[in-house]
Design a protein around this ligand. Sequence first.
Ligand SMILES: Cc1ncc(COP(=O)(O)O)c(C=O)c1O
Length: 499
Amino acid sequence: MAQWTSAVGSTQLARLLTSQQSRPAGPGSRRPPAYRSLADGIRLLVLEGRVPVAARLPAERELALALSVSRTTVAAAYEALRTEGFLESRRGAGSWTAVPAGNPLPARGLEPLPPEALGSVIDLGTAALPAPEPWLTRAVQGALEELPPYAHTHGDYPAGLPALRAMLAERYTARGIPTMPEQIMVTTGAMGATDALCHLFAGRGERIAVESPSYANILQLMREAGARLVPVAMAEGLGGWDLDRWRQVLRDAAPRLAYVVADFHNPTGALADEDQRRALVEAARSAGTVLVVDETMIELNLDEDVPMPRPVCGFDPAGSTVITVGSASKAFWAGMRIGWVRAAPDVIRSLVSARAYADLGTPVLEQLAVNWLLSTGGWESAVDLRRAQARENRDTLVAALRRELPDWDYAVPAGGLTLWVRTGGLSGSRIAEVGDRVGVRVPSGPRFGVDGAFEGFVRLPFTVGGAVADEAAARLAAAARLVASGAAPGGESPRTFVA
Ligand SMILES: Cc1ncc(COP(=O)(O)O)c(C=O)c1O
């Protein structure tokens, strides 16, 4: 970033910093030096997207006055931010916010639990449900019957099986977005689709605007591709996309890509309305940013009275701005590893060519199984099962949390698979660590943010129900008590977070 493109005033910055400090901080938090608190506060505002990247900060003297601190404190805070890559300055031009190249990775990955651990640990790490039988067995049997003609070919279909491409295109057309098979590439899950898009559009050091919070594994994928993540804060609760913020970020940071989950966002569960969709597409179009819309959760509307808005690609049917990513993982089963991209034919051609040097293609049998489901109506029956299961799990989990952890705060979403929970001032990282010891695996908030944001959150999925959900909440409450009392041994991270 050569220069600043917007400004945050001293009163506005002081107000943002004060509202952070009013968040609860539990017992036992030690006070860092004043300059450090100020630097951490500004860093967090950038990481949560509340202060945009490339925004000019007030002069030291002005901010000192607004915060009633010494100018030396502000100067030391700015210097710390410069060293950490969150601030750039030029004599005569002032100082503006930045994100460090390749924001650091979270401390620990969220690898699947080894099968031997599953008996004793309740795994809330992954937002994916078991296969909706009998549909998996039926789909595989159907696929086996259709396999023989393919067995006589070399089996490499880098764009996907023609039959599945045509079927997926037909489904978009039926949703009101005319689509040709040439606009579809079948991928290895939505992860494979997003990986291919990152490689095609966003080389090392390129900026990608992301919701803050966003889906942890995609953020990690983008970091590993060398992208600079530019966070855009989600509104509180289920408010979702703040279009003034999006317009500002897209205009100021001019990212090559923006990645959004507009349909039951992971982790908040928010659903973008039509106005937000239209405005997002317009903002991306005028900034020259490619908008990648991940529809992985789209079929998981759990409350039937929620009308589904027009798909985001419906606001750009030719695909000049919007690229859609889809997946069978949440609607059907993550073990299929089937996803897809819908884009303009020339984008699909480029993705297909690049695939020769990546995974070459997606397994034929699984593609046939998904095609069997889509062509027989089995898909709709399986999705109905999924929705019923997720709805029941959500309702049990929420009731158990209300009982066990009444001061944890969340908005219950109408769809998706996750609850984004503010943990009453306790550190989400410490709850995750202690949770491992008391037999509940839970991802901490910072995984879903860009470098350190959301320390006061955890994400809970709708993947367990009945007595297991009750037991999960009881174990989380036990972990919270240990963290709050400071009795849990080990671990470096603070038991409370200080914003
Ligand atoms: C928003 C989102 N995108 C992508 C994925 C991963 O999808 P897939 O299993 O199709 O790679 C998930 C899984 O939780 C998700 O929530």
